[in-house]
Design a protein around this ligand. Structure first.
Ligand code: ZN
Length: 87
């Protein structure tokens, strides 16, 4: 009985939390092994949302371009800390 109302609330809460910038759909889904660095093709650990689209970077290139990206990015999803967690 209560399961139906709970799932509706969860869905509504998830929808509200999603948009960060008005007019721009920013969806920070987790990075996977299928996500590749746009600079070198290594596994991506950073996703950078720009007005024109999104870019993926490995930890190396994400750090190398971090200053330029910080100036232009709407949002930066940085999962490079996951690299050290597992090692
Ligand atoms: Zn790279």
């Amino acid at each position: 009985m209560s399961t139906t109302s709970t799932s509706i609330i969860e869905r509504a809460a998830a929808t509200e939390a999603a948009p960060l910038t008005e007019g721009v759909a920013v969806e920070a889904r987790p990075l996977t092994t299928a996500d590749r660095c746009d600079a070198c093709g290594a596994q991506a650990w950073m996703r950078v949302f720009l007005v024109s689209g999104e870019l993926l970077f490995c930890a190396h290139h994400g750090r190398e371009h971090s200053q330029a990206l910080a100036e232009r990015a709407l949002f930066i999803q940085d999962e490079s800390s996951r690299l050290t967690e597992g090692a």
